[in-house]
Design a protein around this ligand. Structure first.
Ligand SMILES: Cc1cc2nc3c(=O)[nH]c(=O)nc-3n(C[C@H](O)[C@H](O)[C@H](O)COP(=O)(O)OP(=O)(O)OC[C@H]3O[C@@H](n4cnc5c(N)ncnc54)[C@H](O)[C@@H]3O)c2cc1C
Length: 405
């Protein structure tokens, strides 16, 4: 359709993508009195922000790429049951990301990345509790800590590296024995090794419900929602940015790109080549009145969290490298189920399953900055495993960036 025939609307700020990142940004900016529009083709908050493990993981200063992951990478890739897998037919397109990932896993790089994550994560929990109050969602936040299990003596010993990286970056961690774990969570099966306990960690008991609360609040605050997809961003006009959508053209003084794992092509349209890819994750849910654990418990070996949620236990995790378009792999769900039943032998049949796309950078550090091509476009994506955790932090950074120019 020729551009002259298309509807145009001008906004102060347009946020692209209605996941937890885009909604937190829109929420904060609207609360500050800015006129905000949000573009989202699907129901708000139903991407990765719906199906995650619900941890406000302010202890997650360890990047995905570390020297030990690098050392074990071939074994992980070739083991069908491993928590880290690759879809081989996507290898050619994945290769630049994988090479950068390998480079970022070198000791000095991993330590630098841990430092960057530590800075970002410093106030994540406090900011979530503040935002929880503003949203009227505090009842979904629980400060009961989080357990990381290392289920062999060898992996518990090797976890000293993680402990060091966490402590160096300000994380409070208690190193406890497997027996002590069972005092905290008596429904777990006895195991070898030990655990790290993060006493200050908070978790969300129903991320989907919190996304719905967000969506309602945005409407109450007068945020305009466009139920469409942004296709590209045009920076040719000096006075405003044009967002070319599927069926209309919108204009704004500032544009925030926060379309999660789908942000790469949008960034390319205004000249930013970002090495963003996706780590697909899966979850299984088991409906029950009282989940068998009282706080999120991560099995480091199996690569998933067992998270207690309202009326169910959610087993969420896995890392599958393989782009955004291939169908899911049923075997991954079977591996999750088997792992869950090893930890909790009384689980019955799963009630439902899900998969979604983490937006992942090779160094695990999100991109939160103005575009070098145009300072009125701010990129806020690539949060990988900690997007829920960093949502209010990201909104704060974006708000500061907007106020600064
Ligand atoms: C299994 C699993 C467990 C996880 N556990 C945790 C956890 O415990 N703690 C934690 O902090 N993080 C966790 N994460 C990571 C976290 O879920 C993500 O980092 C976070 O949800 C990313 O948020 P987002 O808003 O960037 O992306 P999304 O939630 O994916 O939202 C992006 C939105 O952009 C929209 N969009 C896409 N293209 C366009 C377009 N062209 N125009 C307009 N809109 C568009 C999509 O429809 C989508 O709604 C987990 C992830 C997974 C998969």
């Amino acid at each position: 359709m020729p551009e002259a025939n298309q509807k145009r609307s001008h906004h102060e700020v347009i946020v692209i993508g209605g996941g937890v990142i885009g909604m937190s940004i829109a929420f904060r900016l609207a609360k500050e009195g800015r006129e905000v529009a949000l573009i989202e083709p699907n129901e708000l908050g139903m991407g990765a922000s719906y199906g995650n493990a619900g941890t406000i993981a302010d202890y997650a200063t360890i990047p995905v790429g570390t020297p030990s992951v690098l050392k074990n990478l071939p074994g992980l890739f070739f083991n069908r049951d491993s928590p880290l897998s690759v879809r081989y037919r996507t290898l050619p397109s994945l290769m630049p990301w994988l090479i950068e990932f390998a480079y970022q896993s070198l000791p000095s790089k991993a330590e630098t990345n841990a430092g960057k994550l530590g800075v970002l994560l410093k106030n994540a929990s406090d900011l979530w509790h503040e935002m929880g109050v503003e949203l009227g969602a505090s009842h979904h936040l629980h400060k009961r800590g989080c357990l990381y299990l290392y289920e062999s003596n060898k992996s518990f010993f090797n976890a000293k590296y993680d402990e060091k990286l966490r402590r160096e970056n300000g994380v409070e961690v208690e190193v406890i024995t497997a027996k002590e774990v069972l005092k905290h969570e008596p429904n777990l099966q006895p195991f070898e090794g030990g655990a790290h306990f993060f006493p200050n960690a908070t978790s969300i008991d129903d991320p989907g419900k919190v996304m719905k609360i967000f969506s309602q609040k945005l409407t109450e605050l007068g945020v305009t929602i466009y139920p469409t997809s942004a296709v590209s961003i045009d920076t040719n006009n000096q006075n405003y940015i044009k967002v070319m959508c599927k069926d209309e053209v919108l204009e704004a003084s500032k544009v925030i790109v926060s379309a999660g794992a789908f942000s790469k092509t949008l960034a390319k349209s205004f000249g930013e080549n970002i090495r963003l890819d996706t780590e697909r994750g899966y979850h299984l849910e088991f409906d029950m009145k009282t989940p068998p654990v009282t706080r999120p418990v991560c099995s480091a070996k199996r690569g998933f969290y067992a998270s207690p949620m309202v009326g169910r236990l959610r087993i969420a995790g896995m890392v599958e490298l393989g782009g955004l378009s291939l169908p899911h792999v049923e075997h991954r769900l079977k591996v999750l189920e088997r792992g869950a039943k090893t930890m909790f032998p009384n689980l019955g049949q799963p009630s439902r399953s899900w998969y979604g796309f983490r937006p992942s950078m090779p160094n695990s550090v999100p991109v939160i900055r103005p575009s070098k091509q145009n300072k009125n476009i701010i990129m806020a994506f690539g949060h990988g495993h900690i997007g829920v955790t960093l949502a209010p932090t990201t909104a704060q950074i974006v708000s500061n960036l907007i106020s600064a120019n």
